[in-house]
Structures are given as C-alpha cells and as structure tokens.
Ligand binder design. Structure first.
Ligand code: GDP
Length: 392
C-alpha cells in the first residue's frame, strides 16, 4: 500500500516539474518592463516651446543615439598673398585718422610755422612712431620743404609719404625663409608673449604658405595653454596641414623635435612651430625657448624665428620684445592686431628699436587677414592716398 502511495507521489512530482518547465520559459520570454526614463521631463518646457522637435529615426526605433557620420569638411583654398595689404588697407582706418587726416591737415596749412611743425611732431609721437624716428622724419621734411619751396598739399603729401617709407627702410629683406636646404624642410619658430597672436599667426602663415604652393607641418609646442594645440590643429585641418602635438604639459622641446622629424619624414617644405610665451623672467624664457631651439637644431639650423608682437601694446610691448631678441635669434617681426590701433606708427618704432624687419602684419581675426609687409603700400594705406579698396 505504501509502495502505491510512493509511486503516486513520484508521478505527481514528475507532472508538476513537467508543467513548470513549460511555464518558466514563457515567463522569461515575457517583454521586459520599460527601462526607467533617463531623459529629463520637458513637458512643461514643451508647452512653452511648442511642438517637440522630431527625434531622428534611429533614436526612435532603437533608443540608441546614432552619431551622424563625420564628414570631413572640404579643404579651404586660402587667398593668394599678393595684394593682401592693398585689399586690407581699410583695416588701417584707425591709424589713417591720425596720419591721413591729422598730419595731412596740418601740412596743408597756409603757413608752416614753428607751432605747426611741433603739432606735426606731436601727431607722429601720438601715433607711436617713437621720439627719435619722429625727430628725424620732421627734420628731413622741414629741410626738404625749405629747399624745394614745396607748398602744394599734393607735393607735401608726397614728401611726407617718402619720409615715412624711408623711415621703414625699404631696402630690408622681408621675405620668409620657407624653403629648406638639401631636401630638408625649412623650420620656422614662432615666438612671443601669450596673447600676442602666435597661434593665430601660425595658422595664418600656414595658409599663406599653402596658398603659395608649399606643404606644411605644424608643431604645437605651446603645451602650457590647454586650447593652443586644438586651436592650431583646427587651423591646420582647414587647409590640410598635419599638426604634431604632445600631451598637455608635455615638454615643448620634444614636441618641436617630433614636429621637425615628422616634417622630414613626410617630406614637407616647411615646419612651423608654435611656442609658449610665458614671460616669467628672462631666465625662465631662456630655459624654455633656448631648449626648444637647441633640441630642434639637432635636426639642422632653424631657418626663421618670427617674433609676434601685439601692435596695440604700443611702446610697452617693445621692452618685452627685446627680451625675446636676446634669447633667440629673431629674424623677422609679425605685427599683429594693427587693425585694432590708431598707432600704426609702431611699425616704424619696432623696426628701429629692434633692428629687425617687420615681415608680416595682422589686420584682423579672419583666416586670411595676414599680409606680407610692404613699406610703400603701408604708407599709402596710412595716408589714404588711394581710393579705399572695397573691404568689409
Ligand atoms: P597666443 O596666446 O599668442 O597664441 O595668441 P592667440 O593666437 O590665441 O591670439 C590671441 C587673440 O588675438 C585671439 O583672439 C586672436 O583672434 C586675436 N588676434 C590675433 N591676431 C589678430 C589680428 O591681427 N587682429 C585682431 N583684431 N585680432 C587678432
């Protein structure tokens, strides 16, 4: 009897287990409960903002955000450099007010007495020409007007223009050494204090070189300012120049070294190195820039060292500039932000004080707002002696 009972119980157990095995998978296959909403409830905002913007289809069906494919923007074709200073001449309108309006106004007076000459001197000093250069310009102008007996406004204007051009020493070589020797790239070092416009200038120069048919490698050796490398990479990317960069805070000298090596390996024409301009003191700067220079020169000599100076800092910037010239062999000056000052005469002062040619001038934040410097065109623009080019 007990045996029958045990068999019956065993059968019952088999039946129960069999039943469960049929039910459990079904339970498992039941749709899972919806995940908790992670999006912010924007209903109140929707009421204010009107109908919701439709989400992309992928998001609706899978709940996963699909990034749109990254399509590289087409490379930009930079403007040719020839004639840029003429095109950008209206950017000098602030300086033009001092030179063109006030100076020419003074010179066209009926009688040029002592007071008038003093006013002319003041106008030039106000325009940051510098005291020595101003005295020289005014003395020569006085002498020539006396000897020539010049009176007409047109003639006086021509004489003033000639003296300003002369003060800018048109005989100086302002070409950039951008072609290397023996199949190696030319190496350009860009130095200057922070904020002067170094990174922007590097980007603009890369465009100038590419516009002129060169290939360029950029070196982001300003490893102290977090955004500098990104900024440079963006400039380079727009025109197809590769940017060599290190980790944030990396040794600037090693980044500069790597950039030149990359340039050599890739066979580019020019390597442009952006540096940091922390001007704590001369020793610190010497340590940092001096090391960059030494390490880069393991590959070969540096062809050009450009000092970027902010024109709006006027005479004050000149002292800082001098420190750089003592640390590295500066071969050319880039005067940035000339569009932002009425003191265009700083070009004369810079050249005279540093004895280094101004090779390029920055005339705006736009990508092609950098022009090769030309004394005669610059003076024409300052004096407004030709009709203004149509330029925004
Ligand atoms: P860095 O710290 O020396 O590398 O300086 P940046 O290249 O970052 O430039 C500092 C600021 O100056 C940026 O806002 C630039 O757009 C601006 N800048 C550079 N060159 C010019 C110029 O020629 N004209 C004007 N108006 N702004 C400029």
């Amino acid at each position: 009897m007990t045996e029958y009972l045990l068999i019956a119980l065993a059968l019952l157990a088999v039946l129960i287990l069999g039943g469960l095995s049929l039910v459990v998978p079904r339970l498992r296959r039941r749709p899972e409960p919806p995940l908790p909403e992670t999006e912010v409830d924007t209903r109140a905002e929707e009421d204010l903002a009107g109908p919701p913007v439709e989400a992309p289809e992928a998001e609706l069906t899978t709940g996963i955000l699909v990034e749109p494919p990254v399509v590289a923007p087409p490379l930009e074709v930079p403007e040719p450099t020839a004639g840029r200073l003429v095109r950008l001449r209206s950017r000098l309108s602030r300086s033009q007010n001092v030179f063109g309006k006030s100076l020419l106004g003074l010179l066209s007076r009926d009688h040029l007495d002592e007071d008038a000459w003093e006013e002319i001197e003041d106008a030039l000093i106000t325009a940051d020409v510098g005291i020595d250069a101003t005295r020289e310009i005014v003395d020569r102008l006085r002498e020539r007007t006396r000897v020539l007996g010049t009176r007409s406004a047109t003639e006086l204007r021509a004489l003033l223009a000639a003296e300003l051009v002369n003060a800018l020493d048109p005989s100086l070589d302002r070409s950039l050494r951008t072609t290397g020797k023996e199949g190696l790239p030319a190496v350009l070092l860009v130095v200057g204090v922070n904020g002067a416009g170094k990174t922007t200038t590097c980007g603009k120069i890369a465009r100038v070189l590419i516009a002129d048919g060169h290939s360029v490698t950029l070196g982001a050796a300003d490893t102290f300012r977090a955004a500098a490398a990104d900024q440079l990479e963006t400039w380079g990317g727009r025109v197809g120049a590769v940017t060599v960069r290190g980790a944030e805070g990396a040794d600037p000298a090693s980044v500069a070294f790597d950039a030149v090596r990359e340039g050599i390996e890739a066979g580019t024409d020019t390597v442009l190195i952006d540096t940091a301009g922390r001007l704590q003191n001369k020793i610190g700067l010497m340590d940092e820039l001096g090391k960059v220079k030494r390490v880069v020169e393991k590959h070969g000599p540096i062809d050009e060292t450009l000092l970027v100076l902010d024109a709006t800092t006027g005479q004050n910037g000149l002292e800082q500039a001098r420190v750089f010239t003592e640390v590295v062999n500066v071969t050319g000056v880039v005067l940035s932000k000339l569009d932002g000052t009425a003191k265009g005469g700083i070009v004369i002062a810079v050249q005279r004080k540093l004895g280094i040619p101004v090779k390029l001038v920055g005339l705006g934040e736009g990508a092609d707002d950098l022009a090769p410097f030309d004394p005669a065109q610059f003076v024409d623009a300052l004096l407004g002696t030709e009709p203004l080019a149509r330029d925004a």
